[in-house]
Design a protein around this ligand. Structure first.
Ligand SMILES: NC(=O)C1=CN([C@@H]2O[C@H](COP(=O)(O)OP(=O)(O)OC[C@H]3O[C@@H](n4cnc5c(N)ncnc54)[C@H](OP(=O)(O)O)[C@@H]3O)[C@@H](O)[C@H]2O)[C@@H](O)CC1
Ligand SMILES: Nc1ncnc2c1ncn2[C@@H]1O[C@H](COP(=O)(O)OP(=O)(O)O)[C@@H](O)[C@H]1O
Ligand SMILES: [K+]
Length: 480
């Protein structure tokens, strides 16, 4: 599991550690890791042109100390000072001792354009808002130059705690972050600015409850259900799918396709698309009764392609088993009915649906996903999985939000959300708590998308077909 902590927690851990260490020791640890990552990226340090973008705080200090290390190994290092009177004094002296030079910001752009490596030490966890005006031309030059851009701790201009980008921000190829990941490194739009991310351990001791978690293969492998010797289809769990309409029968077929690969022992379908479902998946148990009388079901999925069928949504919400509400179902599920439920509810909106539920614009949700997912989980007292370029899952009781790391833009294809709802619903039926069902479902779904679209675009049914391969990949890597 990878974890991220808020700036407040990082600051507290930093204070505790600094009280035990000699002055400057933490910055030296950070700079050593940073310089090593830069050297690796450059391949040959000797003779390379390195430009440091240096702001007024310790983030600039890290860049200056790392620059000094690279200068000692033969790089030509120039520091572009954004606040010349306030640059980190110790770092500045070290760079000069090592043969590095400094220039004012106004002279920086041509140097950045000719650099092999640009180190972004403009601002780190002390930043607020986007880049200031004087830094913008430098960030733009770095982006268009052929230089590798390495962000120190965070790409400057992103909000460390929320992943918001309010204005211009540096676009890095690599971010070297210190002590712990910051939430912004997992959450778009900031994540997209970070490039690949490397964590340098500087000895921070962090509390048990992180702000954000990102599951990895081993975590998901432990969550995925495996039938025991004594299992039968009912013990493995039966998932009910109430989806599809005369207009959208495909949504039912796709939800069933995900559910059949999600670990439940049987999939039961109710709704107007039974013929289409049976034609494609003859193993489905179809019922012409409503959800109440459909027979044994351990978890329901309601909503994909459901049109305006509010009655079915209300019936499913009234059942005392876990329920996943997706797509049209989200619009048709009154908040008070969801809040009143005692069994778990999992809601799976994309940004547009989340925006409609919150009464804000879609851009607002996409710009501040963490806020949106937590707000929805609180309002509905439900687990919420917010889909999109970063998929986030928040539980109703606060606690760490989970960010999914396996997604790919190839998943943005019609019907792929229906597959996810079936898959996650199946995991609910198999007995996983809602937070785990949602995050393991998103993880396997993302991986399946990657497999399905490896060399060519894939349709939603291809993603469903790739679920067993993704599942196997997780299990084999995770538990041997
Ligand atoms: N935590 C740890 O354990 C360790 C932390 N370490 C490092 O310290 C970094 C944090 O350093 P920090 O606290 O000095 O803040 P930092 O990010 O340099 O920025 C503050 C300055 O920036 C300015 N400023 C603000 N917003 C801005 C903007 N949008 N655009 C431009 N400028 C802006 C603001 O100035 P002012 O508003 O006064 O003009 C303020 O002076 C951290 O990210 C990591 O790299 C490591 O050395 C080792 C261990
Ligand atoms: N840019 C993206 N990067 C990664 N995943 C994405 C992106 N856009 C959409 N997705 C994923 O694709 C799926 C689309 O679901 P949804 O929006 O419900 O589509 P549909 O309603 O057509 O099924 C979700 O799993 C979502 O997280
Ligand atoms: K930075």
């Amino acid at each position: 599991m990878r974890t991220a902590y808020s700036v407040e927690t990082v600051r507290a851990a930093e204070r505790t550690l600094m009280a035990r260490l000699p002055d400057g020791a933490l910055m030296q640890r950070a700079a050593a890791g940073l310089a090593a990552a830069c050297a690796q990226l450059l391949g040959r340090v000797y003779g390379s042109r390195v430009v440091l973008l240096v702001g007024s705080g310790d983030n600039g200090g890290d860049a200056l100390w790392a620059g000094a290390r690279l200068a000692r190994r033969g790089a030509a290092v120039t520091a572009v000072l954004l606040a010349p009177g306030r640059a980190h004094p110790g770092g500045l002296a070290a760079l000069r001792r090592a043969g590095g030079v400094t220039v004012p910001a106004a002279d920086g752009v041509p140097l950045v354009e000719r650099a092999d490596l640009v180190l972004d030490g403009i601002v780190g966890i002390g930043g607020t808002g986007g880049l200031r005006a004087e830094a913008v031309p430098l960030a733009e030059a770095a982006h268009r130059s052929r230089a590798a851009v390495v962000a120190v701790d965070l790409p400057s201009g992103v909000d460390a705690d929320t992943g918001q980008v309010r204005g211009a921000a540096v676009r890095a190829d690599l971010t070297v972050t210190f002590g712990t990941h910051k939430p912004a490194l997992f959450v778009d739009p900031a994540r997209e600015h970070a490039g690949s991310v490397r964590l340098v351990d500087i000895g921070l001791e962090l509390p048990a409850g992180p702000f954000l978690e990102a599951l990895q293969h081993a975590d998901v492998a432990r969550l995925l259900p495996v039938p025991a010797a004594e299992s039968d289809k009912y013990r493995r769990g039966v998932v009910g799918i109430a989806a599809g309409s005369a207009r959208y029968p495909g949504a039912a077929v796709l939800a069933v396709s995900g559910a059949l690969r999600g670990g439940a022992g049987a999939v039961r379908y109710v709704g107007p698309a039974a013929d289409a479902v049976i034609a494609r998946y003859p193993e489905t148990l179809v019922s012409d009764q409503g959800p109440k009388k459909a027979g044994r079901v351990q978890a329901w999925v309601v909503g994909p392609g459901a049109g305006d069928d509010a009655r079915t949504v209300a019936q499913v919400l009234a059942l005392d088993v876990p329920v996943l509400v997706d797509a049209d179902g989200l619009r048709l599920a009154p908040a008070r009915d969801v809040r009143r439920r005692t069994a778990p509810t999992l809601m799976t909106p994309h940004a547009g649906e989340a925006a409609a539920l919150l009464g804000v614009g879609r851009d607002e949700v996409e710009g501040a996903r963490l806020d949106a997912v937590r707000e929805l989980a609180g309002r509905y007292r439900a687990t919420v999985l917010l889909k999109g370029s970063t998929t986030l899952v928040a539980g109703p009781d606060g606690g760490p939000v989970r960010a999914n790391a396996t997604g790919t833009p190839w998943l943005a294809t019609a019907g792929s959300g229906d597959v996810l709802s079936g898959l996650a619903g199946s995991l609910l039926a198999a007995g996983l708590p809602a937070l785990d069902a949602a995050s393991a479902g998103a993880y396997v779904h993302g991986l399946a998308g990657r497999f399905a679209a490896r060399h060519a675009p894939a349709g939603a049914h291809d993603i469903a077909d790739a679920i067993p391969r993704a599942w196997r990949d997780v299990r084999e890597a995770g538990v041997g």
